[in-house]
Ligand binder design. Structure first.
Ligand SMILES: CC[C@@H](C(=O)O)C(=O)SCCNC(=O)CCNC(=O)[C@H](O)C(C)(C)COP(=O)(O)OP(=O)(O)OC[C@H]1O[C@@H](n2cnc3c(N)ncnc32)[C@H](O)[C@@H]1OP(=O)(O)O
Length: 289
Protein backbone atom coordinates (compact mmCIF):
# COMPACT_ATOMS: atom_id res chain seq x y z
CA UNK A 1 0.00 0.00 0.00
CA UNK A 2 1.51 3.34 -0.98
CA UNK A 3 0.66 5.41 2.08
CA UNK A 4 3.85 7.50 2.11
CA UNK A 5 1.76 10.63 1.59
CA UNK A 6 0.12 10.18 5.01
CA UNK A 7 3.00 8.77 7.01
CA UNK A 8 5.90 11.10 6.30
CA UNK A 9 7.49 13.96 8.21
CA UNK A 10 6.74 17.59 7.45
CA UNK A 11 10.32 18.88 7.02
CA UNK A 12 13.29 17.36 5.22
CA UNK A 13 16.48 18.61 3.56
CA UNK A 14 14.44 20.32 0.82
CA UNK A 15 13.21 22.69 3.57
CA UNK A 16 16.80 23.32 4.71
CA UNK A 17 16.24 21.02 7.69
CA UNK A 18 18.97 18.73 8.98
CA UNK A 19 17.73 16.24 11.53
CA UNK A 20 21.26 15.24 12.57
CA UNK A 21 22.36 18.84 13.15
CA UNK A 22 19.49 19.65 15.53
CA UNK A 23 19.76 16.28 17.27
CA UNK A 24 23.36 17.11 18.17
CA UNK A 25 22.29 20.47 19.64
CA UNK A 26 19.41 18.92 21.58
CA UNK A 27 21.63 16.23 23.09
CA UNK A 28 23.59 19.00 24.82
CA UNK A 29 20.57 19.28 27.19
CA UNK A 30 20.42 15.96 29.10
CA UNK A 31 17.98 14.67 31.71
CA UNK A 32 14.87 12.54 31.84
CA UNK A 33 13.80 9.86 29.41
CA UNK A 34 10.95 8.66 27.23
CA UNK A 35 10.12 5.09 28.20
CA UNK A 36 8.36 2.68 25.86
CA UNK A 37 6.65 -0.49 27.04
CA UNK A 38 5.23 -2.65 24.25
CA UNK A 39 2.69 -5.11 25.66
CA UNK A 40 1.36 -8.45 24.36
CA UNK A 41 -2.11 -6.86 24.24
CA UNK A 42 -0.90 -4.73 21.31
CA UNK A 43 -1.20 -1.58 23.46
CA UNK A 44 2.06 0.24 24.20
CA UNK A 45 2.65 2.74 27.00
CA UNK A 46 4.87 5.72 26.26
CA UNK A 47 5.91 7.57 29.43
CA UNK A 48 7.28 11.12 29.57
CA UNK A 49 9.65 10.73 32.46
CA UNK A 50 11.32 13.71 34.11
CA UNK A 51 9.55 14.14 37.48
CA UNK A 52 12.04 16.63 39.04
CA UNK A 53 10.96 19.07 36.29
CA UNK A 54 7.29 18.06 36.13
CA UNK A 55 8.10 15.96 33.05
CA UNK A 56 9.40 18.93 31.05
CA UNK A 57 11.14 17.93 27.81
CA UNK A 58 14.92 18.16 27.95
CA UNK A 59 16.69 18.17 24.56
CA UNK A 60 17.71 14.54 25.08
CA UNK A 61 14.05 13.61 25.68
CA UNK A 62 13.07 15.23 22.37
CA UNK A 63 15.62 13.00 20.63
CA UNK A 64 14.46 9.99 22.66
CA UNK A 65 10.82 10.63 21.67
CA UNK A 66 11.78 10.60 17.99
CA UNK A 67 13.52 7.24 18.47
CA UNK A 68 10.54 5.76 20.31
CA UNK A 69 8.17 6.95 17.57
CA UNK A 70 10.39 5.15 15.03
CA UNK A 71 10.11 1.96 17.12
CA UNK A 72 6.32 2.31 17.19
CA UNK A 73 6.20 2.86 13.42
CA UNK A 74 7.95 -0.50 13.03
CA UNK A 75 5.81 -2.41 15.57
CA UNK A 76 4.02 -4.99 13.42
CA UNK A 77 1.85 -6.36 16.24
CA UNK A 78 0.88 -2.96 17.65
CA UNK A 79 -2.69 -1.65 17.74
CA UNK A 80 -2.69 1.21 20.22
CA UNK A 81 -0.52 3.49 22.33
CA UNK A 82 -1.16 5.41 25.53
CA UNK A 83 0.96 8.51 26.16
CA UNK A 84 1.26 9.37 29.85
CA UNK A 85 3.49 11.32 32.20
CA UNK A 86 5.42 9.81 35.09
CA UNK A 87 4.52 10.48 38.72
CA UNK A 88 0.88 11.58 38.29
CA UNK A 89 1.48 14.61 36.10
CA UNK A 90 1.54 14.85 32.31
CA UNK A 91 4.17 17.25 30.96
CA UNK A 92 5.12 20.89 31.61
CA UNK A 93 6.34 21.56 28.05
CA UNK A 94 9.89 22.37 27.06
CA UNK A 95 12.53 22.40 29.76
CA UNK A 96 12.82 26.11 30.37
CA UNK A 97 16.56 25.77 31.01
CA UNK A 98 17.04 24.41 27.48
CA UNK A 99 14.66 27.03 26.06
CA UNK A 100 16.69 29.83 27.67
CA UNK A 101 19.93 28.46 26.23
CA UNK A 102 18.40 28.10 22.75
CA UNK A 103 16.49 31.37 22.69
CA UNK A 104 17.96 32.58 19.38
CA UNK A 105 15.37 32.30 16.63
CA UNK A 106 17.40 29.96 14.38
CA UNK A 107 17.77 27.29 17.06
CA UNK A 108 14.16 27.80 18.13
CA UNK A 109 12.97 27.20 14.55
CA UNK A 110 15.08 24.06 14.22
CA UNK A 111 13.76 22.68 17.52
CA UNK A 112 10.24 23.54 16.37
CA UNK A 113 10.74 21.70 13.03
CA UNK A 114 12.18 18.68 14.84
CA UNK A 115 9.26 18.49 17.27
CA UNK A 116 6.69 19.11 14.50
CA UNK A 117 8.16 16.20 12.57
CA UNK A 118 8.10 13.89 15.59
CA UNK A 119 4.60 14.83 16.78
CA UNK A 120 3.21 14.61 13.24
CA UNK A 121 4.66 11.10 12.97
CA UNK A 122 3.18 10.27 16.40
CA UNK A 123 -0.29 11.34 15.25
CA UNK A 124 0.18 9.48 11.94
CA UNK A 125 1.18 6.18 13.57
CA UNK A 126 -0.90 3.25 12.34
CA UNK A 127 -1.96 2.82 15.98
CA UNK A 128 -4.89 4.32 17.89
CA UNK A 129 -3.38 6.76 20.39
CA UNK A 130 -4.65 8.19 23.66
CA UNK A 131 -3.13 10.89 25.84
CA UNK A 132 -3.77 10.06 29.49
CA UNK A 133 -3.77 13.47 31.17
CA UNK A 134 -3.23 13.42 34.92
CA UNK A 135 -2.00 16.62 36.55
CA UNK A 136 -0.80 19.39 34.22
CA UNK A 137 -0.28 19.41 30.46
CA UNK A 138 1.25 22.84 29.88
CA UNK A 139 2.79 24.55 26.84
CA UNK A 140 4.47 21.87 24.75
CA UNK A 141 2.74 19.33 27.03
CA UNK A 142 -0.65 20.64 25.88
CA UNK A 143 0.60 20.41 22.29
CA UNK A 144 1.64 16.79 22.87
CA UNK A 145 -1.91 15.87 23.92
CA UNK A 146 -3.18 17.07 20.54
CA UNK A 147 -0.77 14.70 18.76
CA UNK A 148 -2.89 11.76 19.98
CA UNK A 149 -6.18 10.57 18.51
CA UNK A 150 -7.94 10.86 21.89
CA UNK A 151 -7.49 12.56 25.28
CA UNK A 152 -8.71 11.18 28.61
CA UNK A 153 -8.52 13.55 31.57
CA UNK A 154 -8.40 12.80 35.28
CA UNK A 155 -10.50 15.07 37.49
CA UNK A 156 -8.23 17.86 38.70
CA UNK A 157 -6.09 17.69 35.55
CA UNK A 158 -5.52 20.72 33.34
CA UNK A 159 -4.57 21.24 29.70
CA UNK A 160 -3.30 24.79 29.23
CA UNK A 161 -1.69 26.42 26.24
CA UNK A 162 0.41 28.82 28.32
CA UNK A 163 2.34 30.08 25.28
CA UNK A 164 0.86 33.58 25.37
CA UNK A 165 2.19 34.03 28.89
CA UNK A 166 5.63 33.09 27.53
CA UNK A 167 5.35 35.65 24.70
CA UNK A 168 4.93 32.77 22.25
CA UNK A 169 2.46 30.80 20.21
CA UNK A 170 2.49 27.00 19.87
CA UNK A 171 5.23 25.80 17.53
CA UNK A 172 5.06 22.02 17.83
CA UNK A 173 1.98 21.90 15.58
CA UNK A 174 -0.36 22.30 18.54
CA UNK A 175 -2.31 25.26 17.12
CA UNK A 176 -3.04 23.58 13.79
CA UNK A 177 -4.16 20.38 15.52
CA UNK A 178 -6.20 22.31 18.11
CA UNK A 179 -8.20 24.05 15.37
CA UNK A 180 -9.01 20.65 13.87
CA UNK A 181 -10.08 19.32 17.27
CA UNK A 182 -12.16 22.17 18.72
CA UNK A 183 -12.73 24.57 15.80
CA UNK A 184 -11.12 27.94 15.22
CA UNK A 185 -13.33 29.90 17.64
CA UNK A 186 -12.60 27.67 20.61
CA UNK A 187 -8.92 27.49 19.61
CA UNK A 188 -8.76 31.30 19.61
CA UNK A 189 -10.27 31.38 23.08
CA UNK A 190 -7.90 28.73 24.45
CA UNK A 191 -4.77 30.34 22.99
CA UNK A 192 -5.80 33.99 23.38
CA UNK A 193 -6.89 33.51 26.99
CA UNK A 194 -4.32 30.83 27.91
CA UNK A 195 -7.41 29.13 29.35
CA UNK A 196 -7.01 26.38 31.94
CA UNK A 197 -9.03 23.54 30.42
CA UNK A 198 -10.25 21.19 33.14
CA UNK A 199 -11.92 17.87 32.42
CA UNK A 200 -15.42 19.36 32.34
CA UNK A 201 -14.54 22.12 29.87
CA UNK A 202 -12.40 19.65 27.92
CA UNK A 203 -15.38 17.34 27.33
CA UNK A 204 -17.70 20.30 26.63
CA UNK A 205 -15.57 21.66 23.78
CA UNK A 206 -14.56 18.25 22.44
CA UNK A 207 -10.91 18.41 23.47
CA UNK A 208 -11.33 15.54 25.96
CA UNK A 209 -12.98 12.26 25.05
CA UNK A 210 -13.61 11.09 28.58
CA UNK A 211 -13.02 11.67 32.27
CA UNK A 212 -11.37 9.08 34.48
CA UNK A 213 -13.57 7.69 37.25
CA UNK A 214 -12.69 8.39 40.85
CA UNK A 215 -13.40 5.40 43.11
CA UNK A 216 -13.25 6.33 46.77
CA UNK A 217 -12.64 2.69 47.69
CA UNK A 218 -8.85 2.64 47.18
CA UNK A 219 -8.68 -1.16 47.21
CA UNK A 220 -11.10 -1.41 44.28
CA UNK A 221 -9.95 1.67 42.39
CA UNK A 222 -8.35 1.25 38.98
CA UNK A 223 -5.33 3.41 38.21
CA UNK A 224 -5.59 6.01 35.47
CA UNK A 225 -3.49 3.78 33.23
CA UNK A 226 -5.75 0.76 33.82
CA UNK A 227 -8.80 2.88 32.97
CA UNK A 228 -7.14 4.23 29.85
CA UNK A 229 -6.18 0.70 28.75
CA UNK A 230 -9.70 -0.59 29.18
CA UNK A 231 -11.15 2.49 27.39
CA UNK A 232 -8.76 2.04 24.47
CA UNK A 233 -9.31 -1.72 24.27
CA UNK A 234 -12.90 -1.07 23.09
CA UNK A 235 -11.36 0.08 19.82
CA UNK A 236 -8.38 -2.28 19.52
CA UNK A 237 -10.15 -5.65 19.74
CA UNK A 238 -9.26 -7.77 16.71
CA UNK A 239 -6.19 -8.51 14.61
CA UNK A 240 -3.46 -5.87 14.31
CA UNK A 241 -3.62 -5.57 10.48
CA UNK A 242 -7.34 -4.71 10.69
CA UNK A 243 -6.91 -2.15 13.50
CA UNK A 244 -3.99 -0.58 11.63
CA UNK A 245 -6.17 -0.42 8.51
CA UNK A 246 -8.94 1.30 10.52
CA UNK A 247 -6.51 3.98 11.71
CA UNK A 248 -5.08 4.43 8.20
CA UNK A 249 -8.44 5.00 6.48
CA UNK A 250 -9.42 7.56 9.13
CA UNK A 251 -6.03 9.25 8.87
CA UNK A 252 -6.23 9.51 5.11
CA UNK A 253 -9.77 10.93 5.38
CA UNK A 254 -8.51 13.46 7.91
CA UNK A 255 -5.39 14.56 6.06
CA UNK A 256 -5.89 14.11 2.33
CA UNK A 257 -8.04 15.69 -0.34
CA UNK A 258 -11.17 13.63 -1.04
CA UNK A 259 -9.75 12.16 -4.27
CA UNK A 260 -6.46 11.18 -2.63
CA UNK A 261 -8.29 9.85 0.43
CA UNK A 262 -10.55 7.70 -1.74
CA UNK A 263 -7.59 6.26 -3.68
CA UNK A 264 -5.71 5.58 -0.43
CA UNK A 265 -8.80 3.98 1.11
CA UNK A 266 -9.01 1.67 -1.91
CA UNK A 267 -5.37 0.60 -1.41
CA UNK A 268 -5.89 0.02 2.34
CA UNK A 269 -9.09 -1.93 1.63
CA UNK A 270 -7.06 -4.08 -0.78
CA UNK A 271 -4.58 -4.87 1.99
CA UNK A 272 -7.27 -6.50 4.20
CA UNK A 273 -9.66 -7.88 1.54
CA UNK A 274 -9.14 -11.64 1.36
CA UNK A 275 -6.78 -11.45 4.34
CA UNK A 276 -6.86 -13.97 7.20
CA UNK A 277 -9.38 -12.04 9.33
CA UNK A 278 -11.66 -11.46 6.35
CA UNK A 279 -11.56 -15.14 5.27
CA UNK A 280 -12.19 -16.33 8.83
CA UNK A 281 -15.20 -14.02 9.18
CA UNK A 282 -16.62 -15.24 5.86
CA UNK A 283 -16.12 -18.89 6.83
CA UNK A 284 -17.85 -18.44 10.18
CA UNK A 285 -20.90 -16.79 8.53
CA UNK A 286 -20.85 -14.28 11.39
CA UNK A 287 -23.96 -12.30 12.28
CA UNK A 288 -23.63 -8.85 13.82
CA UNK A 289 -26.41 -8.97 16.39
C1 LIG B 1 8.91 26.63 23.62
C2 LIG B 1 7.74 27.04 24.40
C3 LIG B 1 6.75 26.06 24.77
C4 LIG B 1 6.80 24.96 23.79
O1 LIG B 1 7.71 24.17 23.82
O2 LIG B 1 5.88 24.93 22.97
C5 LIG B 1 6.89 25.54 26.17
O3 LIG B 1 6.52 24.46 26.49
S1 LIG B 1 7.61 26.56 27.27
C6 LIG B 1 7.32 25.79 28.84
C7 LIG B 1 5.90 25.98 29.26
N1 LIG B 1 5.71 25.47 30.57
C8 LIG B 1 5.81 26.22 31.67
O4 LIG B 1 6.01 27.40 31.59
C9 LIG B 1 5.62 25.49 32.97
C10 LIG B 1 6.31 26.23 34.10
N2 LIG B 1 6.08 25.54 35.33
C11 LIG B 1 5.00 25.75 36.11
O5 LIG B 1 4.10 26.52 35.80
C12 LIG B 1 4.95 25.00 37.39
O6 LIG B 1 6.22 24.51 37.69
C13 LIG B 1 3.95 23.80 37.36
C14 LIG B 1 4.23 22.84 36.21
C15 LIG B 1 2.51 24.33 37.29
C16 LIG B 1 4.08 22.97 38.65
O7 LIG B 1 3.95 23.83 39.77
P1 LIG B 1 4.23 23.27 41.23
O8 LIG B 1 3.42 22.04 41.47
O9 LIG B 1 4.08 24.40 42.19
O10 LIG B 1 5.76 22.75 41.19
P2 LIG B 1 7.07 23.64 41.00
O11 LIG B 1 6.80 24.88 40.29
O12 LIG B 1 7.77 23.72 42.30
O13 LIG B 1 7.89 22.69 39.98
C17 LIG B 1 8.65 21.60 40.45
C18 LIG B 1 9.98 21.67 39.75
O14 LIG B 1 9.75 21.50 38.35
C19 LIG B 1 10.43 22.54 37.64
N3 LIG B 1 9.75 22.78 36.37
C20 LIG B 1 8.42 22.83 36.17
N4 LIG B 1 8.18 23.06 34.85
C21 LIG B 1 9.38 23.17 34.25
C22 LIG B 1 9.79 23.43 32.92
N5 LIG B 1 8.88 23.60 31.91
N6 LIG B 1 11.10 23.48 32.65
C23 LIG B 1 12.03 23.30 33.62
N7 LIG B 1 11.70 23.06 34.92
C24 LIG B 1 10.40 23.00 35.22
C25 LIG B 1 10.34 23.72 38.59
O15 LIG B 1 11.28 24.71 38.23
C26 LIG B 1 10.64 23.05 39.92
O16 LIG B 1 12.03 22.83 39.99
P3 LIG B 1 12.83 23.24 41.32
O17 LIG B 1 12.60 24.70 41.50
O18 LIG B 1 14.24 22.88 41.01
O19 LIG B 1 12.21 22.42 42.41
Amino acid sequence: VNCSIIFGSVYSSIHGFSQEEIKEKLLAFPGGSIDLLKQDSGIAVLTINNPPRMNAFSGAMMVDLEEKVTQLENWTDGKGVIVQGAAQTFCSGSDLNAVRAMSNSQDGMKMCMFMQNTLTRLLRLPLISVALVEGNALGGGAELTTACDFRLMASGSVIQFVHKHMGLVPGWGGAARLVTLVGSRNALKLLGGAVKVDSELGVHIGLADGVLKVDLDAARAETGLQQAESWLSQYTKGPAPVIKAVKKVVLSGRELSLSDALRTEKDIFGSVWGGPANLQALASKSKHK
